[in-house]
Ligand binder design. Structure first.
Ligand code: RAM
Length: 518
């Protein structure tokens, strides 16, 4: 499913005062220098099978590489940062440039993929791969791009018959805005939960940069649905509240001309709203603001952003039919999940009702009684319509466009559309809705887990965390992935796994439940 919009001559509505506040909240990143922890060489055996030959670091640092040979470095964990290499020649004086191919990978399998075979709808420019000429040796080569990686493969495309190349050293300048100095694991050491918790923390830290990035490999920017979950996870871990605040101001500071909060904001060279709007994402603005208020009690921010928050609800209500249903077109403009063919109307309706609950709390904080009351009335109206239109009393579940999708049940439960008894029953039996519209991204699995928790099914929720997120850990994840379907490990929403992100912050949320001991 291709997911982007292009609006001709899009002119975002900028509020300079809010953008200035966002700029004032910029902080220098924490930088640490790290080196590789291991090395290997990849080569094909006589039967054409790929073999991985391990090397100690000392031998790797003196290995002379000629045409077609390679060296892979393993940094031992996932990092977001800058790579530099110490290169030298061995043999006669280099009489021709060293021509290198560099591949940086978050997971080892990425190194084995053939990037030229990628033919998806997302730009191939995200593939972390460079061809570089080094004219003079020895050289200190610092790559200008920031990468997200654990592994680096250096292939010598050519030197000359007179010399070979030696990679004497490698460094990564690791950057994050997360301070992990006071972090301790909450889960029992040695358990799967502890392993999941550790991976969650690493995932969030590596996405915490100048803003909460969705993923440091791709798209490296602020997406609202992702940001809401990152902010939540941050409250249970690094508590960088200034970063949350900065992102809230960015979303409010640059919007659609009619006031809608964009699905995504670019921050460089200047903050600017993307011309993409998702019905559900914009509604996470009031949700995220309310949760931030709960953590911070920062009344000035509420004062500055209240209007924008309320406007998201009002504009969404304008997209409802007179009988209290989200219009078809608006429903189709919701993201919900990377699940092909999912009818999203009911989910969109539920997200609106869910967001209104948070907006009511915001209105109460502002002592805006009239608004709170009006919102309550409207939410009841939407809830009744949802029940009338989507609830199937025979089957005791929600049906949208003939589908009994898990996403629909989950969002209706979270919106508290069914009664508590109906909701609990739905979630107890949620196994019957898992096919055919399977959840595709950990983002949807987060809301599934939340719905289990909400209905008091704590053990089921924990079991889901252990089995779903645990299956990524079992496959060696250092950080959690953007999309993962254990039943279809090769799936990619983009038409090729090589552009998938393997450190994606919306996947780090089990720590919310695993760290509730804080
Ligand atoms: C992906 C982004 C992000 C998500 C959007 C909908 O491209 O990486 O995580 O919010 O799509």
């Amino acid at each position: 499913m291709e997911l982007y919009t292009i609006i001709e001559n899009f002119q975002p509505l900028n509020d300079e005062r809010l953008l200035e506040k966002a700029q004032e909240l910029r902080r220098p990143l924490r930088c640490t220098e790290v080196g590789p922890a291991g090395a290997c060489i990849l080569h094909q055996d006589e039967d054409g099978r790929l073999q991985r030959e391990g090397l100690d670091l000392e031998s790797a640092g003196s290995l002379a590489l000629g045409r077609g040979q390679n060296l892979c470095l393993d940094f031992g964990n996932h990092f977001t940062g800058y790579l530099s290499l110490e290169l030298a020649g061995e043999g006669s004086h280099p009489d021709a440039p060293a021509f290198l191919k560099l591949q940086l990978a978050e997971v080892f399998e990425e190194l084995l993929e053939d990037s030229s075979a990628y033919d998806g709808w997302l730009s191939r420019s995200w593939i972390q791969e460079e061809m570089i000429h080094v004219d003079v040796l020895p050289a200190h080569l610092r790559l200008p791009r920031r990468y997200a990686f654990r592994y680096v493969k250096i292939t010598v495309l050519d030197t000359s018959p007179k010399y070979r190349l030696v990679v004497k050293g490698a460094k990564c300048l690791y950057e994050t805005s997360a301070d992990d100095s006071a972090i301790q694991l909450c889960s029992r050491p040695g358990t799967m939960e502890a392993r999941i918790e550790r991976v969650c923390l690493r995932t969030l830290a590596n996405c915490m940069q100048d803003v909460f990035e969705d993923g440091p490999k791709r798209d490296r920017r602020l997406w609202l649905g992702d940001f809401r979950l990152q902010a939540l996870a941050d409250y249970f871990s690094f508590r960088n509240l200034d970063l949350v605040k900065r992102c809230l101001y960015l979303f409010a500071g640059t919007r659609f001309p009619d006031g809608r909060v964009s699905a995504c904001v670019f921050t460089d060279p200047e903050p600017v709203a993307d011309d993409t709007w998702f019905f559900d994402y914009s509604l996470f603005f009031p949700v995220t603001l309310e949760e931030y208020m709960e953590e911070s009690g920062d009344t000035q921010t509420l004062e500055d952003l209240y209007e924008t928050a309320m406007q998201q609800i009002d504009l969404s209500l304008e997209k409802c039919t007179p009988d209290g249903l989200v219009q078809e077109e608006a429903g189709a403009a919701a993201f919900v999940d990377w699940c092909d063919g999912l009818d999203k109307r009911a989910c969109a309706q539920a997200v609106l009702i869910y967001a209104m609950r948070y907006a009511i709390r915001l209105a109460e904080r502002r002592r805006d009684k009239e608004k709170a009351q009006e919102l309550r009335r409207q939410a009841d109206w939407l809830r009744e319509s949802a029940m009338e239109h989507f609830w199937d009393p025979q089957e005791q579940c929600f049906v949208c466009g003939g589908q009994r999708a898990i996403a629909t049940q989950v969002w209706m439960v979270l919106a508290r559309v069914p009664s508590p008894e109906q909701a609990r029953k739905l979630m107890e039996d949620s196994g019957r809705f898992l096919q055919p519209f399977r959840m595709a991204a950990p983002y949807m699995h987060h809301y599934y887990t939340e719905a289990l928790m909400e209905t008091g099914l704590k053990e089921q929720a924990r079991e889901h965390i252990r089995s779903y997120w645990g299956s990524m850990v079992e496959r060696g994840a250092d950080t959690f992935w953007e999309t993962w379907d254990p039943e279809d490990p090769e799936a990619s929403p983009y038409g090729g796994k090589i552009v998938n992100s393997y450190c994606h912050a919306w996947s780090c949320t089990p720590m919310i439940w695993l760290r509730s001991c804080r």
